[in-house]
Design a protein around this ligand. Structure first.
Ligand SMILES: [Zn+2]
Length: 493
């Protein structure tokens, strides 16, 4: 057997084992009883450890070298590039560090569950210092292996190829115009009269509405499910995708838009290429590209006036008629801009500020320029400067609000805003190709959107590195001008 085929066989084996890990995690997040937690964590760590050890196997380096010299076509070369990347990343981080990290982040995350509601920053800090120490060590190992700066090496785990120098330019651009835009829009909206939908809305009725909208968006229920979880997510494998949402009886729009967001992630997974089952080339490109699919659905499509016009009668048919469901009013309600403390509840205009502040802090933390105890003061300062929001003394809805850092995930936050910028870029293309887009959307015909995303992104998998994928899809590298034009058109147009 050729070295390349042997590598493919191993990749397929790891893919199959990861399949089971994924469903162990989904079960934990949806239906596992609390007492199952410890044993599940142990079982998952065992399998995770085994996969890590196998990915570092010295025999793999020989196979990779041999495969390099074999006659491969372009797709096989791209697949080999992705296999090499996995091996390089696994080789960079020692087993002992992976194990310590699993333990430290599990402890920190479990503590956070109680410390966040108690506003207990000092208690959190005791566990968090160790998480930061290990994350810095991981970043240093990855940096040594790649030649990148430590934070860039972490960023590269989630958004391969993107560096903080590029983020500084993108976010510097946003910082220049976004706060002024937020102010202008707020002034303009202050005189608007908006009716909020009046609940309660039962979870059953919300679930039926969510399913109906998912069906219209082309989600394949023969290859996926909609379930309930505390934090909405999308996970699974191509032919078994689990979308989750949560229900608040007072506000069905929260659940509906979370569902539309996760459906964007799900359709990306369901639309990945089928020619290379279990191979890395057939996997999603990056977290930023993944987020660009969910935000293409939730914000670009979901908040268009034409989509709200399509949605309004569907909403009324599930909950009965209300004046608030009149499309014009519903759209004003959905596009209300109000700076606040919580990232996941932030509107489209304020969201990037939440990301930029986390980026500034986590980068300084990983680079060793600040210590964990410096976080709250920096948080307060940035929230004041970027959004005019006072978070002093409120750790619960301040720097303790997310789980990312407790879980040792540093370098992920920028992907949310990269996704928003990419999504605006995709829609600029879709709009150009389909000038009659909105009249089609009103009637529930999303083929122009879905067709473009499928052709340009989903079907490409990991065939191209991110920069090339973006340029092939849209004719240019990432360009925040589309994001700005989109926001100005929607909120000031
Ligand atoms: Zn998402």
């Amino acid at each position: 057997m050729s070295a390349y085929l042997e590598l493919c066989r191993q990749a397929k084996r790891h893919h199959n084992l990861r399949h089971l890990l994924t469903f162990a995690a989904i079960d934990r997040a949806t239906v596992m009883p609390p007492k199952g937690g410890e044993a599940r964590a142990e079982a998952m760590a065992e399998l995770e450890g085994m996969l890590h050890r196998e990915s570092r196997d010295p025999a793999m380096a020989d196979l990779l070298r041999a495969a390099e010299a074999e006659p491969l076509d372009a797709a096989e070369r791209a697949n080999l590039r992705e296999i090499q990347r996995g091996h390089r990343l696994a080789l960079a981080v020692p087993d002992s560090l992976v194990e310590s990290r699993v333990r430290a982040t599990a402890r920190c995350e479990a503590g956070w569950q109680l410390q966040r509601p108690a506003n207990d920053w000092q208690g959190f800090l005791e566990n968090f210092r160790e998480v930061v120490r290990l994350a810095r060590s991981e970043a240093r190992h990855l940096a040594d292996a790649s030649g990148l700066a430590p934070y860039d090496a972490m960023l590269d785990l989630y958004e391969p190829g993107v560096r903080s120098a590029e983020l500084d330019l993108l976010f510097g651009d946003l910082r220049g115009w976004l706060p002024g835009l937020v102010q202008k829009v707020r002034d303009r909206q202050s005189s608007e009269r908006v009716l909020a939908p009046a609940g309660p809305f039962t979870a059953e009725a919300q679930r039926a509405l969510n399913r109906a909208v998912m069906e219209r968006l082309g989600f394949d229920f023969e290859a996926g499910r909609l379930d309930t979880a505390v934090h909405p997510f999308c996970g699974g494998v191509q032919d078994d995708i689990r979308v989750t949402t949560r229900y608040r009886e007072a506000d069905f729009l929260h659940s509906l838009y979370a569902t539309i967001h996760e459906t964007g992630h799900a359709r990306y997974e369901q639309g990945l290429p089928r020619e290379w089952p279990g191979q890395p080339i057939a996997l999603p490109r990056s977290m930023g590209i993944h987020e660009s699919q969910s935000l293409a659905f939730e914000l670009q499509l979901g908040l268009r006036k034409s989509f709200v016009e399509f949605l309004a009668p569907l909403i009324a048919s599930h909950f009965g008629p209300q004046d608030a469901f009149e499309p014009e009013n519903l759209h004003r309600h959905l596009t209300r801009v109000a700076p606040d403390k919580i990232r996941v509840d932030a509107d489209e205009l304020c969201y990037p500020a939440h990301v930029m502040l986390r980026y500034t802090i986590e980068r300084a933390l990983i680079e060793g320029e600040i210590e964990p105890e410096d976080i709250p003061a920096l948080w307060d300062e940035q929230m004041r400067d970027l959004l005019g929001v006072d978070t002093r003394g409120d750790y619960r809805d301040g720097c303790l609000q997310d789980t990312h850092w407790a879980e040792g995930v540093f370098g992920y936050f920028p992907c949310y805003t990269l996704g928003a910028i990419y999504a605006a870029q995709w829609f600029a293309c879709i709009q150009r190709e389909a000038p009659e887009l909105d009249s089609r959307i009103v009637s529930g015909d999303f083929s122009a959107v879905v067709g473009w995303l499928d052709r340009a992104i989903w079907s490409q998998g990991s065939r191209w590195e991110t920069r090339e994928l973006v340029t092939r899809a849209s004719g240019e590298p990432i360009n925040p001008a589309h994001f700005r034009a989109h926001l100005e058109a929607r909120y000031l147009g």
